[in-house]
Design a protein around this ligand. Structure first.
Ligand SMILES: NC(=O)c1ccc[n+]([C@@H]2O[C@H](COP(=O)([O-])OP(=O)(O)OC[C@H]3O[C@@H](n4cnc5c(N)ncnc54)[C@H](OP(=O)(O)O)[C@@H]3O)[C@@H](O)[C@H]2O)c1
Length: 242
């Protein structure tokens, strides 16, 4: 999907990859960018509409869905990552509340608009969705769960003309990876990679130097083949989420 003249909503848009996605969408000629944030956001570009949107807050989600009257692309980007060692269930719940259920609720709220526009859902997952990063174990669980959820959504929505794109990001230089000594891609470059992948129609996007080496193996691997095989169980009509 080409971003020019499209309406895009990005969650977690005030910093990191989310902010870079806002700038990149504007560069590519988006007609309107809804920037979902928890705190007030200022952007000089008139095409940016700030939206108060904590993805764990049901009434904010509901209000945002009323405020937006048209949407082509939803980018689920808001996320948390806390170091842990699987010693505390609260940490798992904290991650699931944002990285899984937050995304689920936001997606459900905007689905009617996306069905109308035959739009796209872009999910900022992580390589940690494919293999656990033990020092970020609760985070990895939440990304794996979100990945699994979006595989089902992809199958359910295929018949409605809504495409679901999973982004498997490698290490990106944001607050989330502050203090981690390893090669990192800039958020600006990652945002370009995400929109390039979307514009090429890639359902699985590997947008950065850390993730690109995984792309070929993923696309030709057994897990992807199983995804397609299992998706075929979805009846051609009648099983799509309302
Ligand atoms: N950086 C990486 O290496 C990397 C790698 C793989 C995947 N990712 C994924 O990419 C996405 C963005 O990460 P990032 O690196 O840009 O992280 P970041 O710099 O830490 O920014 C996180 C963003 O999510 C927002 N957020 C957190 N909880 C929220 C909630 N309950 N409701 C709404 N917004 C919330 C934050 O808002 P506040 O400012 O209000 O806290 C902030 O805008 C995440 O989903 C992350 O898992 C990142």
């Amino acid at each position: 999907m080409n971003i020019e003249n499209k309406t895009v909503l990005i969650t977690g848009a005030n910093r990191g990859i989310g902010r870079a996605l806002v700038d990149e969408a504007l560069k590519r000629g988006a007609k309107r960018v809804y920037a979902g944030t928890r705190s007030a956001l200022q952007n000089a570009d008139k095409r940016v509409t700030p939206l108060t949107l904590d993805v764990t807050n049901a009434s904010q989600i509901q209000r945002a869905a009323v405020e937006v009257d048209n949407l082509d692309v939803l980018i689920n980007n808001a996320g948390v990552a806390i170091y842990d060692d699987l010693s505390n269930a609260d940490v798992i719940e904290q991650h699931l509340a944002v990285n899984l259920l937050g995304w689920f609720k936001v997606t459900r709220a905007f689905l009617p608009l996306l069905k109308r526009s035959k739009g796209a859902i872009v999910n900022d997952l992580s390589l940690a969705a494919l293999a656990a990063v033990p020092v970020l174990s609760a985070y990895s669980i939440s990304k794996a769960a979100a990945f699994n959820m979006t595989q089902s959504l992809r199958a359910f929505l295929a018949g409605e003309g809504v495409t679901v794109h999973n982004v498997f990001l490698g290490p990106i230089d944001t607050d989330m990876t502050r203090g981690l000594e390893m090669p990192k891609t800039s958020p600006e470059s990652a945002a370009q990679g995400i929109f390039d992948g979307l514009e090429k129609g890639e359902e699985d996007i590997f947008p950065d130097a850390g993730s690109q080496p995984v792309a070929e193996g993923w696309r030709t691997g057994i897990a992807k083949a199983l995804e397609r095989q299992f998706a075929a169980f979805v009846p051609k009509s009648g099983a799509n989420p309302e």
